[in-house]
Design a protein around this ligand. Structure first.
Ligand code: FAD
Ligand code: FO1
Length: 478
């Protein structure tokens, strides 16, 4: 057995500020990376081509980073519970290190890998958290329970000291030529393209793959946009948010580095407004952790509604309505603009995610799980915990104490796209409509017909009443 440590990357596609990787380097001067293309994930029907395209781009860049550091990133394609222990055994690795994740599938996969490693007498790193500033075990209520409400979670989470970034991988030894042959015989392959894997995305990516692009984006965001985040974050026509979500999902940047950037921005801040804005952005990072902790402690969230009234809710699930929603042809301009943005860009503004999710559940009376899945099929940042959290929040089926929240699409557009800029950008057939009618959606049937834009598929007021009635009925049946 050599002093080789195999480092298994999954959603930490970087060599800088990676706690598990830094621990491996501390223990040995010979560290080799591996990523396993996993059919259990890639063959699911909720994987977005844009997301895999971004992931493969990040892996390409990660291979270059490993080469610069003196080592290699190996690629496997197969079930990781077999392929990872086999490769480690064939290479005579002493240890396999990886960073822990919160998702139910990851728990099951990692336990199986641990069993196989134990059988082969290969050691592993115990539960190392890297993608979170605080592990799910560390943030608990006074009575030692996981939080189910965000505000007290935030109070506790934000009061705790945060770690600073760990050292980048450097001056490390990789495999010898002979060992590379062994790795090949053990199943390592050249990195395929996303297309080779059956994922076609020819559109742009909202963020370029790889560590350098994310670091630049973060720097730029903290130097300019963050100071007005609180004001600007709700306007979908404004580029007022970081667009770092895909990088955070795949760990292309370390969360400690992101946090440190906010701390430095706070040090430079010269006004209460700026400080409030930076804190508002920090709160979004805390939402990310809140939902990940929730998924870790309550994996049943992934299966459906958390609150009882929504467990057997009589959703209408009208297929035509669902299709119209997916395609951005509901006849509600703000909803359609948002859906078209996601279909074309693989990303949607947060305000619009809330609007369309609310519309699907409370106006179309469609099961939020259908919308949740559609989002996963389209988003570059599609992430089980954040997506499920966002959908459960919007459907009022989650942990949120406020029972029923109804959004009026017209008032949302009046408030957040008052000039109709966003709607015009994404619903081009409505470009010539007067702003007042565009935003409120009060466009006559004749004009709609002339412009090739559909009539509203439902009546908001009527649907809202129906939703409330159904909800009351569900509550009284409990
Ligand atoms: P910024 O405003 O710059 O926020 C910074 C980071 O904080 C984000 O990159 C993200 O990592 C995190 N964050 C921000 N808001 C939230 C939130 N509400 N919940 C959890 N984390 C948050 N986010 C995803 O990353 N993946 C998803 O699949 C996803 N699905 C969503 C579905 C619905 C129905 C809703 C309402 C929200 C969803 N979100 C999801 C949260 C949020 O919309 C996106 O994180 C955000 O729009 C990404 O843009 P940004 O990076 O510019 O965000
Ligand atoms: N992780 C992997 O280890 N192998 C993959 O092939 C893989 C594909 C993938 C595709 C879409 C996506 O959103 C994530 C993907 N991931 C992949 C990362 C995944 O989030 C983590 O492996 C989780 O730990 C799984 O629970």
């Amino acid at each position: 057995m050599s002093d080789l440590i195999l480092f298994w990357h999954r959603r930490d596609l970087r060599i800088s500020d990676n706690t598990g990787l830094a621990a491996a380097r501390k223990q040995s001067s010979k560290v080799v990376g591996v990523f396993c293309l996993d059919p259990n994930i890639l063959e699911r029907d909720d994987v977005a081509p844009v997301r895999v395209t971004y992931m493969i781009g990040c892996l390409q860049s990660l291979q270059e980073r490993y080469a610069q550091a003196g080592s290699q990133l190996l690629i496997l394609h197969g079930n990781p519970t077999k392929a990872i222990p086999q490769l480690a055994a064939d290479l005579g690795a002493q240890f396999v290190f990886w960073n822990w994740d919160v998702e139910p599938y990851s728990q099951q996969r990692d336990r199986a890998v641990i069993e196989a490693l134990k059988e082969k007498g290969i050691k592993f790193l115990e539960k190392n958290w890297d993608q979170l500033l605080h592990s799910p075990e560390d943030i608990r209520t006074g009575s030692n329970q996981p939080y189910t409400v965000y505000t007290p979670f935030w109070k506790n989470w934000s009061s705790k000291a945060k770690s600073t970034p760990v050292e980048i991988l450097k001056n490390v030894q990789g495999l010898t030529a002979a060992e590379q042959e062994i790795a090949k015989a053990s199943g390592t392959i050249e990195l395929p393209s996303a297309k080779d894997l059956g994922f076609h995305w020819d559109g742009e990516l909202v963020i370029a793959p790889g560590e350098t692009a994310v670091q630049e984006r973060l720097e730029e965001f903290c130097a300019n946009t963050i100071t007005e985040y609180k004001e600007q974050r709700n306007f979908p026509a404004v580029d007022g948010t970081s667009r770092l979500s895909a990088a955070l999902k795949f760990g292309v940047i370390g969360i400690r580095s992101v946090w440190q950037a906010t701390v430095e921005a706070l040090e430079y801040s010269r006004s209460d407004e700026t400080e409030t804005s930076i804190r508002a952005w920090q709160q979004e990072l805390a939402w990310r952790e809140f939902y990940q902790h929730a998924m870790y402690h309550f994996p049943e969230l992934a299966e459906g509604a958390f609150r009882d009234p929504f467990k057997n809710f009589p959703w209408e699930n009208n297929e035509k309505h669902f299709q119209a929603w997916c395609e951005g042809r509901t006849g509600y301009p703000i909803v359609d603009a948002a859906m078209r943005q996601m279909n074309e860009l693989g990303w949607m503004h947060n305000r619009c995610r809330m609007i369309v999710a609310n519309f699907l559940t409370k106006d179309l009376l469609i099961n939020p799980q259908l919308g949740e899945k559609y989002f996963m099929q389209k988003l570059i940042d599609g992430d089980l915990s954040a997506n499920n959290g966002g959908w459960q929040w919007s459907a009022s089926s989650g942990m949120d104490p406020k029972p029923v929240r109804i959004f009026n699409p017209a008032s949302q557009a009046q408030k957040f796209d008052s000039e109709g800029e966003y709607i015009r950008q994404w619903v081009s057939e409505l470009r010539s409509v007067d702003t007042e009618y565009l935003v409120t959606g009060k466009i006559s049937p004749l004009e709609r017909q002339a412009l090739g834009y559909p009539d509203p598929i439902v009546d908001h007021n009527q649907q809202q009443r129906q939703f409330k009635e159904l909800y009351q009925r569900q509550k009284t049946q409990l």
